[in-house]
Ligand binder design. Sequence first.
Ligand code: BEZ
Ligand code: FE
Length: 279
Amino acid sequence: MTGFFSEENSVNAVNARMGVDIDPRLRTVMASLIKHLHAFIKDVELTEEEWGKAIAFLTRTGQMCGDERQEYILLSDVLGASMLVDAINNRRPEGATESTVFGPFHVANAPVRQMGDCISLDGKGEACLFEGRILDLDGQPISGAKLDVWADNAEGFYDVQQPDTQPQWNNRGIFITGDDGRYHFVGAKPVSYPIPDDGPVGKMLAALGRHPYRPAHIHFMITAPGYQKLVTHTFVGGDEYLTSDTVFGVKESLVAPFEKTENSATMWKSKFDFVLAPK
Ligand code: BEZ
Ligand code: FE
């Protein structure tokens, strides 16, 4: 008799159960998932105890998820899955600014601010002027581009992580470019910080001998009619975690200059032009 499950034919036994009239993409994705999952189990000869621990880990990860915390996104991030999905889905033409991981701390509908405004509402840290242009691939300025900006405060926490101590919308804002495509605003010079590591993902990192830190960065989501959405960061050059970002988000082209200024109002200046690809 054929068709019963065995170690040798495990993949076929499972995949053959799929119906004929199912979504073709679902068929492709699930068939590949089963193939690689079974190959992994066979490769490491997974023990029953290990599989039990894996299921308990995934259960705890799900239990940690809620409106304020998405432990599965952290898991995807530290496994490099988020960056790989980003890379496959955001192949851009030469000259366009590269994307990087979105992360869990974006909040929609931040206040629209005027160019030059300060987004550091708690006033902590070293003031930094962020400035540059939004350009197309020909170097022409893009008018009406929307820059949605978010960053941690000088102590390494986002406002949503400390709703009782930080002002709402601290280190966040939306800026719209004019005809010259320029943006400029003041914020705190970013500092490196650990991703939330008090849950199962943090325990996993510790067990693997990995630290939970991200190098200092500021997030940008830039949209403009007729252009591809750009989700990216700029990183502070020289940060000690640039080559060991726990979520693998660093790209060399996104490391920005942060220069000391003579200006007493802002101790630092970071100039960075973003280049959008057409749709
Ligand atoms: C962030 O940069 O905000 C972030 C990205 C991935 C995981 C945790 C935080
Ligand atoms: Fe961040």
